[in-house]
Design a protein around this ligand. Structure first.
Ligand code: CP
Length: 312
């Protein structure tokens, strides 16, 4: 595998499980007193983020540093993009400096595919528009496996703004490939115009779904992507689709609460619910570093013996 642009690049459950199994090794490395291995020594990774990020950008940076890669930061706000430089010229300029991997986030769906067609370096999609966010799906799958033993056979409700969510698209691909039973829960206006080919069920009734799921995966209300009035008000949205304290009582005691972040506390999730022990949001973030170490190792560290570099 040269690039990771979509969950589909992993080739189904075998490829996804390969990354999750490898992640176990990097979780072990991350727990060491000195959490660093020389797997990517001599390699250079650059972050090309045209959209804001906290978790994805910092965890990729942490992952690359733990693998001993050199890193280069690119900030749109202080770059020649502000003088009108095109995406292609920007990418070719960065590649000319000698990079092995480009981690890209862009507001336009498909931008990582365009970049991959222009460069020899590996490209990782860190989120493209409403389209995909494959490493989020991997860290979510890993977190479910960590807490419930397996994704296979779990019942997962993905709740909220599915229409604008790249996380939902990648999670549906990964969760269903791993054998989960996925239900999308949202008002009709926050669902994609067509769900043809999506191997999911749909419900408009959160209270009916909650008692029957092992994972409630809440999505952020993406106000910045809404160009039309898709819900009457945030207050009404919370009343029908927010995970309030009352709704938590409808869940089985083992049911996990997940969220990709950043959370709108008080909108899709009550502030107190986000901090309950069953909420594994912080574990998702922590696992994101080890999952991204596994992805970088697979794409850029080929030929390096994992047992030699981890000592495991
Ligand atoms: N989950 C996620 O992609 O968060 P960031 O936008 O902070 O990277």
């Amino acid at each position: 595998m040269k690039h990771l642009l979509s969950v589909e690049d992993l080739g189904g459950s075998d490829g996804i499980n390969e990354v999750l199994d490898l992640t176990d090794s990097f979780v072990e490395v991350s727990e060491r007193q000195i959490p660093k291995v020389p797997a990517l020594r001599g390699k250079t990774v650059v972050w090309l983020f045209y959209e804001d990020s906290t978790r994805t950008r910092l965890s990729f940076e942490q992952a690359a540093k733990r693998l001993s890669a050199d890193t280069m930061n690119f900030s749109v706000s202080t770059s020649s993009v502000k003088k009108g430089e095109s995406l292609r010229d920007t990418v070719l300029t960065i590649e000319a400096m000698g990079v092995d991997c480009i981690v890209v986030r862009h507001a336009s769906a498909g931008a990582p595919w365009r970049i991959a067609s222009w460069v020899d370096a590996s490209v990782i999609n860190a989120g493209d528009g409403w389209h995909e966010h494959p490493t989020q799906a991997l860290l979510d799958s890993y977190t479910i496996r960590q807490h419930l033993g397996s994704v296979d056979g779990t019942r997962i409700a993905i709740v909220g703004d599915i229409k604008h969510s790249r996380v939902a698209r990648s999670d549906v691909l990964a969760f269903t490939a791993l054998g989960a039973d996925v239900t999308l829960v949202a008002p009709p206006t926050l669902l994609p115009a067509s769900l043809d080919g999506w191997p999911v069920s749909v419900s408009y009734d959160l209270d009916a779904v909650l008692p029957k799921c092992d994972v409630v995966y809440l999505l952020r209300m993406q106000r910045e992507r809404m160009t039309e009035a898709l819900i009457p008000s945030l207050r009404e949205y919370t009343a029908s689709y927010g995970l309030t304290r009352r709704r938590v009582d409808l869940l089985d005691e083992r049911t996990l609460v997940m969220h990709p972040g950043p959370m709108n506390r008080g909108v899709e999730i009550a502030a107190e619910v986000a901090d309950l022990p069953r909420s594994v949001v912080v574990d998702q973030v922590r696992n994101g570093v080890a999952v991204r170490m596994a992805v970088l190792y697979l794409l850029v560290g080929s030929g390096v013996d994992l047992r030699r570099v981890t000592g495991a």
